[in-house]
Design a binder for this molecule. Structure first.
Ligand code: COA
Length: 177
């Protein structure tokens, strides 16, 4: 992940990372900043949720973006369930990896870094997790203004009639090539 000014790597969060400079530009995104500063390392160390940070300089260890992943499950309606699964009608809940948080610094938004991190996440879940532990879907509770970003990456909205501030979305990893 590189640009003319930066040479980024995505790596696990670690003690000493500079988490306080991430700027997302909107007040509604403050919880994403607070999570990174206060909870992400603790959750990471205790296997609750794993955070990977975008860093371009290991001396300053300034974090420019991050993704947080955890195990999860989704309940799909009959039309959304994988049809090829034996006795699938008996199952409502399916195993998933959840994108619990995803954020890119406002100065870097719109330059493809979110897409790169999403593709990295899909590859991790599909190639490193699914073959060893049953895991069929990638899920996210999207923010209203990030729905189009996830749709471009192939995610679908759950069919929900109730307007949801954080609409759940899913991607079937089995059909991602
Ligand atoms: C949402 C977010 C992660 C996207 O990351 P990004 O680096 O800005 O997005 P990218 O530049 O990789 O965009 C990838 C594609 O999605 C599109 N896209 C990105 N954000 C979009 C938006 N809000 N609406 C519509 N399309 C969007 C881009 O145009 C691009 O399309 P293309 O591939 O056809 O060129 C980032 O903007 C962000 O951190 N936002 C604030 C926090 C947030 O909303 N997080 C998501 C929580 S669920």
């Amino acid at each position: 992940m590189s640009s003319t000014q930066h040479n980024f790597q995505l790596r696990p969060i670690q003690a000493g990372d500079n988490l306080s400079k991430l700027s997302l530009g909107k007040e509604s995104h403050t919880p994403l900043k607070i999570f990174l500063r206060k909870a992400a390392l603790n959750f990471h160390q205790h296997n609750i949720a794993k955070t990977y940070v975008l860093v371009d300089d290991e001396v300053s260890a300034r974090v420019w973006g991050y993704v947080t992943l955890m195990s999860s499950e989704i309940i799909l309606n009959e039309n959304q369930r994988p049809q090829e699964i034996y006795a699938s009608s008996r199952y409502e809940a399916f195993p998933a990896v959840k994108i619990a948080r995803l954020a890119i610094d406002k100065t870097l938004q719109g330059q493809g870094y979110g897409k790169d991190i999403l593709e990295w996440t899909v590859t991790l879940a599909r190639d490193k997790i699914s073959p060893h532990i049953g895991c069929r879907f990638l899920v996210v509770d999207a923010k209203q203004d990030s729905i189009a970003f996830y749709e471009k990456a192939g995610f679908s909205l759950f069919s929900t009639e109730v307007p949801d501030e954080h609409p759940p979305m899913f991607l079937d990893l089995y059909h991602v090539t």
